[in-house]
Write a protein that binds this ligand. Structure first.
Ligand SMILES: [Zn+2]
Length: 740
């Protein structure tokens, strides 16, 4: 068994030494006018020491709270650090570097004000490093089980303190034998392996955990221990996505987690040693917010040719772990790219956009908000590379650097043009990568796919043997540390080489990467009143790709920006997304009269207007979340065309087509999100699909040759997971829009 934190002390000291003052004073003052003379090979300047020094700084953030968890103060601090580092790059600043901080909201967020644990061993009380859990990512009621006062949006400091004798549990059998009387008033020290869903099914782990909580112990401390052996526990998901965060129907209990390796100060070196603990005192203060507040940092380095761009992305947040690999590795890689360009005084051939995304772990909030608000940039982007992430594979697993892309194989062209190109190009720089097709949400690169931006995610893994990359690669566990990342230092350096290759060579060679026709039509999605970004094309991947395949440029009017006739001019189709906003956010989401007039004018002028609705918030693969209290808002747009959305929901998950309209040719049923359709009536029009006798899809004449297509459920346009059942409909829709 490896003990990474003891044998690496020497290396750590080396890093500190190399960072001594003066190390950066050697870089010359900026002088953009002579940069071409002074250019040195930036690849030679990639520094392992700098990569790891930055990683150390990054992983120190939030150690006493939630690390860099999505929409937490730690995440904000990490993004501040990135922005501060960019501010130090004097050559790039003189060359026009711009840094944007983009703010947005998430459905849920958690903050931890205090998480402390004192253990009494041999009559001596010792405080040990302890961490609080971040609650459920999607469901407020479940998330509030991990709020110490149980009240949403209350930020008052009111810690819960539990003091008492302990009981050590190291097996499911001990839980089964535990009586309520023996659990009463006690703090349970639980070997996390007993409920670790990394090594058993979620159902099994959940059953064991529910049994324990039903005994109502006074508090719970999860104890993880390191292992690099497949089949053994090493704390997977302990801080963020353990089975505890989805439990319901059992009383909540104040819970912290600790790493066995951090208990040495209390004289505890093995899980068996826990039995020497006489008593514990746990202090816990955490608050849940809905909505949460998050942000991106976006740096633009002007290229020699400003009409084109390359985007590099990484998510700055972590899953309540030190996050050295996921995704500290990507975060420092992007910073290193900027640093070496600055040091070598190199201007990239085309605009280089470095994007550090927030709240990836809650569902790619950062990149989905980014794409929606950077439409002009996407139209001139040659390719996007996401760096997410380094892993430390379990013993016996051989990993490689993969470049995974969601290609157009479902439309007939499975080529991986960007991963293939980058693999060739990076080889010249000593980095080996392997192209891989992945039809799903791998990382933030997926947010770019519906906008037809060639995209790839750089990840160190083995797609065959690493069937659960988090468990198999030490992601989302408390050992995702710099010490573990150092064991793959060569790989991190190779990742920086790949990223720098993408930044410098792509723009210079301008390879043909898109497999779609040059766009000669526009599809405009109107998200003016649609706050959840997953309900925009960013979360409707196949639909966006279907439009691109038929020669459309897909554009979105972002949340919060009024729609006007100018936004809609020249559009062959306009999709009005549901009115939806985070319920606790207090925003009034109402279509303005001028906006309605713009949409109405577009249809009356012969356009194809698609009006959608959604009874709930939807996320990837038609996951149905909390009710959409704004669903009635769609009527402002629908009613001028004789369409009225009503109350209730359409039952089931499919609608049967009726008639022979072009839009439904070759289709007998349309898949819907479960119970998400909003029933509507239509005064005059043709029903194309229905649930029972209620319309789910209808087309209405808008006069002047214009058409209005009404969808009861945005889920009809939503990703169908592995099998996109409605692909034919999306293709029909794109062709219909094109033919008009
Ligand atoms: Zn990641």
């Amino acid at each position: 068994m490896r003990k990474p934190w003891s044998r690496l002390v020497g290396l750590v000291l080396t890093l500190v030494f190399s960072l001594a003052p003066g190390a950066s004073a050697a870089s010359p003052q900026p002088s953009p006018g002579v940069r071409r003379h002074l250019s040195a090979d930036p690849f030679a300047r990639i520094s392992r020491e700098r990569l790891f020094a930055t990683l150390r700084e990054l992983t120190g953030i939030g150690a006493s709270s939630l690390w860099r968890t999505s929409a937490s103060s730690g995440e904000a601090e990490a993004l501040d650090l990135v922005a501060a580092r960019l501010g130090e790059l004097s050559f790039l600043r003189a060359a026009g570097l711009e840094v944007e901080r983009q703010h947005f909201r998430t459905y849920l967020a958690t903050e931890v004000w205090s998480a402390r644990l004192e253990l009494t061993v041999g009559g001596r009380e010792v405080e040990v490093p302890a961490h609080a859990l971040s609650g459920n990512r999607e469901t407020l009621a479940l998330a509030l089980r991990f709020d110490s006062d149980g009240a949403v949006n209350d930020a008052a400091r009111n810690p819960v303190v539990v003091d008492g004798p302990v009981i050590v549990i190291r097996s499911a059998a001990e839980i089964a034998a535990l009586s309520a009387a023996s659990a009463h008033g006690r703090i349970v020290l639980l070997d996390y392996a007993v409920i670790d869903r990394g090594i058993m099914t979620t159902q099994t782990a959940g059953g064991i955990a529910a049994t324990l909580l039903a005994r109502e112990p006074a508090a719970l401390v999860l104890v993880t221990s390191f292992s690099n052996v497949h089949g053994e526990s090493h704390g997977s998901f302990v801080g963020d996505l353990s089975v505890l965060v989805s439990l319901d129907g059992v009383p909540p209990v104040p819970t912290l987690y600790v790493r066995l390796e951090d208990l040495a100060g209390a004289g505890l070196r093995s899980l068996e040693d826990l039995r020497a603990v006489e008593a514990a005192r746990l202090t816990w203060d955490a608050d849940v917010f809905s909505p949460g507040f998050s942000s991106n940092v976006v740096a633009t380095i002007p290229g020699a040719d400003r009409s084109r761009a390359v985007i590099l992305g990484a998510h700055a947040d972590s899953a309540n772990t030190p996050g050295a690999m996921d995704n500290g590795s990507g975060t420092v890689t992007l910073l290193e790219v900027a640093r070496v360009l600055d040091a070598a005084r190199v201007q990239p051939p085309v605009d280089l956009v470095l994007a550090w995304f927030g709240s990836h772990e809650r569902g790619l909030y950062g990149s989905t908000n980014f794409v929606t608000t950077h439409q002009e940039l996407l139209d001139r982007t040659l390719a996007m590379l996401q760096v997410d992430c380094l892993t430390r594979p379990l013993d016996g697993i051989r990993a490689d650097l993969y470049l995974e892309e969601w290609p157009f194989g479902r439309f007939g062209d499975p080529r991986l043009t960007w991963p293939e190109y980058l693999t060739q190009a990076a080889r010249d720089r000593g980095a080996t990568t392997v192209p891989l097709a992945y039809y799903g949400i791998a990382s933030d690169n997926a947010s770019f796919a519906p906008y037809d931006v060639p995209n790839a995610n750089l990840v160190f893994m083995n797609p065959v043997t690493m069937d659960e990359v988090h468990y198999d690669g030490h992601l989302h566990d408390p050992y995702d540390t710099v010490e573990l990342a150092l064991e793959e230092a060569d790989t991190l350096e190779a990742m920086a080489r790949v990223a720098l290759t993408a930044a410098l060579r792509t723009g210079r060679e301008d390879p043909v990467l898109r497999v779609t026709p040059r766009p000669d039509r526009r599809a405009v999605f109107v998200a003016t009143h649609t706050e959840p970004p997953h309900m925009t094309p960013a979360g409707l991947t196949d639909l966006g790709m279907a439009f691109a395949w038929e020669g459309f440029d897909v554009d979105t009017v972002p949340y919060g920006r009024a729609v006007s006739p100018a936004e809609l001019s020249g559009a062959s189709v306009v999709v009005v997304l549901p009115v939806a906003a985070y319920p606790g956010g207090g925003t009034q989401e109402v279509w303005g009269a001028a906006e309605v007039a713009a949409l109405q004018g577009y249809a009356a002028g012969g356009g194809l207007l698609v009006v959608t609705n959604s009874a709930n918030r939807l996320k990837y693969a038609n996951q149905v979340l909390e009710p959409n209290v704004h669903r009635g808002g769609a009527n402002a747009v629908a009613s001028p065309f004789g369409v009225t959305f009503g109350s209730g929901t359409l039952p089931g998950t499919s609608a049967r087509t009726t008639g022979s309209h072009t839009l439904i040719q070759g289709i007998s049923t349309l898949q819907m999100a479960a119970g998400n359709g909003v029933p509507f009536t239509v005064r005059a029009g043709q029903v194309l699909a229905q649930v029972g006798s209620q319309p789910a899809l209808a087309v209405v004449d808008a006069g002047g040759g214009g058409k209005v297509l009404v969808l009861a459920d945005l889920g009809i346009l939503g990703n169908g997971g592995d099998q996109p059942a409605n692909l034919q409909f999306w293709r029909n829709l794109a062709r219909f829009a094109r033919s008009r």
